[in-house]
Design a protein around this ligand. Structure first.
Ligand code: EPU
Length: 422
């Protein structure tokens, strides 16, 4: 298994460009199954999760072509198989979002239940409840969801019990080809939901309200091909800004969309960063100062994203003062705490949802293990501010969501090296 060697103690400084958003690219790739013409996507990040999704589309029978610049063309007309197997869905939950498109376009689908994962149990009840309200017959047999519509799905009014990103996306996609109007209420408002909605509009869907908590979809008979550019990754943007802030550094992140990061930029400002932003860049300058401890509470968008909790917690571990970090989205998203403490941090968990972080002036390098995607990057942040060398094992988690991590970190002055083991 590959390892990442981080030699800490350097102040990050420089400029880097952000990649396309993983959490946008994945549902948009699922949406290609809805069209009867080819769809060409640009700004698709070259990540392990994207490769898994492309493999899944291929296994369903879609024609997929990828050029040198990661422009991905998918033609879903040739789909012959409607089964998404456990082997693929268990490695990446976003695969469950093929359910809505397969059912809407082909009248049937068989998709493995994703099961729990490192950050919590993560049920899919809202996806299933919504599809049933649209007239799908659903049964769960041997760990697979079998769904049939016996023709077209029917538009419905669906009130989701909780704000779910994947649930909103699956149902919005399914509704595009349903007969009549669907009104989805209590929708997730994340920018990636908006990006998917915009791609569906480019395919000829009739959608309004995406980005608010009520989305209205008028079903159409068919969807066409289009060219669509995936939005920049707000989590990647925020992650590098947090890393630079933790080291007292100064960086400029370009090709991004600062308006999708407001809650994070506010917290970085509270931590002492001077932020300058334009239409497509964010520049952060800590002016060499140690960050101040900042309380964080994760919440659905536009609140502070759960996907940046671990990285901010690592910043708080070296900040001046004590902070409280509360996770409200996932039940088990503090696995990084034990690992960051191995570097000498003082973080105490109060139950599953709250971490009390007493900032330490310095951390010391140690051997640690990555537990999930965002947690892995929190170990990189901790390693960057630690004296000496940190060795991070199981970094395949990082490759699921951060493109060319050593190269990008190198560009901003970090001393990071990958050790490939065979
Ligand atoms: N939930 C239910 N029932 C459902 C669906 C969700 O109880 O039917 C619960 C989940 O268990 C969780 C909460 O609702 O406690 C929110 O889950 P949501 O459905 O919003 O999350 P998701 O769609 O599975 C996406 C991202 C995650 C990100 C969350 C929250 C993708 C591919 N994944 O997951 O990203 O943390 O939204 O913003 O879009 C990551 O990139 O590292 C990552 C985990």
């Amino acid at each position: 298994m590959d390892k990442l060697i981080v030699r800490g103690g350097r102040r990050l400084s420089g400029e880097l460009c952000v990649s396309g958003a993983k959490n946008s690219a994945l549902p948009i790739l699922c949406a290609t199954l809805l069209a009867d013409q080819p769809i060409t996507l640009s700004n698709v990040p070259h990540l392990h999760d994207v490769t898994t999704m492309i493999e899944l589309l291929g296994s369903l029978g879609a024609d997929v072509m990828i050029d040198d610049e990661m422009n991905v063309q998918v033609h879903g007309e040739s789909i012959a198989n409607h089964r998404a197997p456990y082997e693929l869905v268990k490695t990446m939950r976003a695969s469950f979002c093929v359910l809505g498109p397969l059912l809407a376009r082909h009248g049937e689908a068989e998709v493995s239940l994703p099961g729990g994962c490192a950050i919590g149990p993560r049920p899919v009840d809202q996806h299933l409840k919504g599809l049933a309200a649209m007239g799908a017959e659903i049964e769960v047999v041997d760990g697979y969801v079998r769904a049939r519509s016996g023709g077209r799905l029917e538009g419905a009014r669906i009130l989701m019990d909780i704000s779910t990103v994947g649930g909103t996306e699956n149902l919005m996609m399914a509704a595009t080809l349903a007969r009549g109007t669907t009104i989805l209420e209590n929708c997730a408002r994340e920018p990636e939901v908006v990006d998917l909605g915009d791609c569906l509009l480019a395919m000829g869907a009739r959608i309004s309200g995406h980005g608010t908590d009520t989305i209205q979809i008028e079903g159409v008979e068919r969807l066409n091909g289009c060219n669509y550019r995936v939005m920049p990754d707000r989590v990647e943007t925020g992650t590098y800004l947090i890393a630079a802030a933790a080291t007292g550094g100064r960086i400029r992140v370009s090709e991004t969309r600062p308006e999708t990061l407001e809650s994070v930029l506010l917290k970085l400002t509270e931590a002492g960063a001077v932020i300058d932003q334009g239409d497509d860049y964010v520049a952060l300058d800590m002016q060499g100062r140690r960050p101040k401890a900042v309380d964080i509470r994760t919440a659905p968008y536009p609140g502070f994203p759960t996907d940046m909790q671990a990285q901010f917690l690592a910043l708080n571990a070296v900040a001046e003062g004590t902070s409280r970090v509360v996770e409200t989205i996932f039940e088990n998203r503090f696995m990084h705490v034990q690992e960051i403490n191995r570097l000498g941090a003082d973080i105490v968990l109060d139950g599953n949802t709250t971490a009390i972080v007493k900032g330490r002036p310095r951390l010391r390098g140690a051997q640690v293990m990555a537990t999930d995607l965002r947690a892995s990057f929190s170990l990189v942040v901790a390693g960057l501010v630690a004296d000496g060398t940190t060795i991070i094992d199981r970094i395949y988690h990082i490759d699921r969501g951060y493109e060319r991590i050593e190269e990008k970190l190198g560009q901003i002055g970090a001393d990071v090296e990958r050790v490939v083991s065979r």
